[in-house]
Ligand binder design. Structure first.
Ligand SMILES: *Cc1c(COP(=O)(O)O)cnc(C)c1O
Length: 367
């Protein structure tokens, strides 16, 4: 079976280094928030181009902790898209703030700036920009808007480790940014992990405190929680971070291979925003015949993904509580999208198999 993502292939390709680093952590008597986490934080902030980075337990926590560090909570609203992982919304709600959801752009599937302006209200204290699939939000425009409104811009970079806008890495535009290192992500642990980046010293300090019971110099000064990153995951991430540029380049190469070979099929291929680097966490196409395609591919040994089948505003847990706005692009997209297999370790013959099957599928339809 060929899957849309396959993190075990990445483990196999880096097995020697990963096994060695795990063994070295096991010998030390420090398994949580030690040297590996410290070094990862230094190396990751250098990679993104920010002054600080803070390791946390997962991507959802990264968002929640950033919001708390900004004083966002009950009575506040946070604006973001409905076309995102449940994590983005779960994080907002766990602070006591309420999510306000908005539609996406037709071409790039990221936040629709004009619709966001229309539904903006004074209770909104922050916007979370989700760089979905690795595609950059129109981040400069959003940054200027947030400045004018005097609200915070937070980036959700969980699918965009290494993407950039005008040559500057995503994760360095907002007041703080959040990364999930879930195993399938471009920078993925072998378990749960997350990272926060920021240039703001006081926010970095607050996030570090909130991560561990609000502690600073042995005293709990602010309300905290436990969202620590462990040494084994940090050690694994350090190894993968060294290869991240190379691995992202492979994803980009495979994405352009798909785009070249599939350009004559009756499907919508991903577009890349001008002056940005898209790291293709996912390669998502649009088709009107999704279910038949999913079944056809599965019967031929290829498991495609759907990101996401149900937009947040239609999820049972949220639909009664989310204010209704125009979500036509989000809804149309969620009915038609499919994620093709893409990851650094995928083989050329596997890409060719996907391409050949897609060609067979759409040829049959014509006859
Ligand atoms: C994966 C992901 C998250 C959060 O991830 P967890 O690590 O599972 O908590 C948040 N936002 C987006 C857009 C994601 O893709």
């Amino acid at each position: 079976m060929l899957y849309w993502a396959n993190p075990s292939k990445q483990y196999e390709s880096k097995k020697n280094k990963i096994d060695k680093s795990i063994a070295s952590v096991l010998k030390k008597n420090k398994y949580i928030l030690g040297q590996e986490v410290n070094l990862l934080e230094k190396e990751f902030s250098k990679f993104i181009g920010t002054s600080y980075s803070i390791g946390v337990a997962n991507g959802t926590d990264a968002i929640e902790i950033v919001l708390r560090s900004l004083g966002i909570g009950p009575g506040d609203r946070v604006l973001t898209v409905s076309h995102t992982a449940l994590a983005t919304i779960a994080a907002i709600e766990s602070t006591g703030a309420k999510p306000v959801l908005v539609d996406i752009e037709t071409d790039f599937y990221t936040i629709d700036f004009n619709k966001a302006k229309q539904i903006f209200n004074s209770k909104i204290k922050a916007i979370i920009a989700v760089h979905i699939y690795g595609q950059s939000v129109d981040i400069k425009k959003l940054q200027n808007f947030c400045k004018r409104k005097k609200i915070y811009l937070i980036e959700d970079c969980s699918q965009a480790h290494g993407s950039s806008f005008n040559g500057k890495k995503l994760g360095s535009f907002g007041i703080a940014s959040c990364f999930s290192c879930y195993p399938t992500k471009n920078l993925g642990a072998i378990g749960d992990a997350g990272l926060i980046t920021t240039n703001n010293k006081s926010i970095a300090q607050k996030c570090t405190q909130i991560r561990q019971y609000g502690l600073k110099n042995g005293k709990s000064l602010i309300k905290g929680r436990n969202s620590r990153l462990d040494e084994i995951q940090a050690a694994i991430l350090r190894i993968k971070l060294k290869d991240l540029n190379k691995d992202n380049k492979l994803r980009i190469k495979f994405a352009s291979y798909y785009s070249e070979k599939l350009k004559n099929l009756p499907i919508v291929l991903p577009k890349v925003r001008k002056n940005t680097t898209h790291v293709f966490h996912l390669y998502v196409i649009k088709t009107r015949r999704r279910n038949t395609l999913l079944n056809f591919m599965k019967s031929n040994g290829v498991i495609l993904g759907v990101h996401y089948l149900t937009p947040i505003h239609l999820q049972p847990a949220y639909k009664k509580r989310i204010a209704k706005t125009d979500m036509s692009v989000t809804e149309e997209l969620s009915n038609n999208i499919v994620s093709l297999p893409i990851y650094p370790e995928i083989k050329k013959n596997e890409l060719d198999k996907v391409i050949r099957l897609l060609k067979v599928f759409y040829d049959k339809k014509k006859s």
